[in-house]
Design a binder for this molecule. Sequence first.
Ligand code: FAD
Length: 343
Amino acid sequence: MESILCLIFAEEGKSIGRASLEAVYLAKSVQNNVTGASLALGVVGSDLGSSIAQLKGCGASRIYKVEGEDFEEPIYATDAAAAESICRAAEASIVIATGNSRVNRVLPGVAQRLGGRIDTHVCDVDWEDSTLRVHRWYYRQRMRAVMSRVHRPWFISSDPGSFAAWSGEVDSNEPEIIDLGKPQTSQRTRVEGFQKPVSGGQTIRPEAELLLVAGAGWTKTQPDGQIKVKDAEKLILGFLEKTNASLGGSKSMVDLSSEGQEVLSFMTHLNQIGQTGSSPRHPKGLATCCHGEEPHVVGWRFINERRVINSDPNCGWVQGKADVVYIQDAFAVMAKVNELLAR
Ligand SMILES: Cc1cc2nc3c(=O)[nH]c(=O)nc-3n(C[C@H](O)[C@H](O)[C@H](O)COP(=O)(O)OP(=O)(O)OC[C@H]3O[C@@H](n4cnc5c(N)ncnc54)[C@H](O)[C@@H]3O)c2cc1C
């Protein structure tokens, strides 16, 4: 019989974010489809009162908690010790967590300590005769693998945004709350604060509703003969600030700096989407001044609703890839959009 554990690190030590609710949803689906499986939650944080109250009704029979100041910040030593102690106490055969940066940092190490195996970047699951199978992409989303494991414990971390967030269906059975106290750690690191990169602000926001893609067109000579990079910066940053959107860039855009051209100061290679970049998951996408095949075909793969602003009606990669195309000057459109958002 499978003993399923859903592992959660409370955000800022206290609250339950969307990523954690996705893990709960996935763990519950697995429990419902694997015959005789039990479900427990493991929660780590500094002040878990409201988090545990929020999770109580999810149908888990037990909630294991590791609580204390040491578990507010994501530090490998403390997080790994907490996760290890929960997995051991729960005697989990399957451990499920959403692979945000905190989980990705510790979960493989915890799997190693417990003699387990781990599959990361899981984007879907299914069942064959009640046997759990996980899906993940390989080779930049070109090949999708479906696999199962007999080895236990089996650690599974899913890609954020791949599953629905658990909500609502409250189970009237109260889970047993088990406080595991403070596990032994060898913590030497202390978090003193956060610093933004000098290039200006955090523009990559995996949980944003919207992905704004900026192509190299923003830096090209415009019909009036001018290059308007400073205007482009203002428009893009203004839009990001007002919408909390995440920023993606085409390869041509992020490569410009190495070609000595004037560039958007906040755009780095980390922003690149496409075949040699990332394929982020967001409900909506807006591509501006972008023509390339790779951003539209691969980079946008997991964007549900796609819109484009391009001044060229013959932009071939946009056709058939976007839901809506505005044939317009992006400088004018984005200025108007920002003006409307400011109201
Ligand atoms: C092996 C390989 C891997 C690659 N991997 C990637 C990858 O991962 N990601 C990636 O992005 N590319 C990748 N590329 C490059 C890709 O093929 C394209 O060259 C690149 O994406 C083009 O970038 P772009 O669309 O921003 O620029 P451009 O092709 O220069 O397009 C600029 C667009 O801006 C429009 N424009 C200009 N001014 C305005 C305005 N005022 N208003 C509205 N529209 C305007 C123009 O009409 C044009 O369509 C790869 C290429 C190769 C060979």
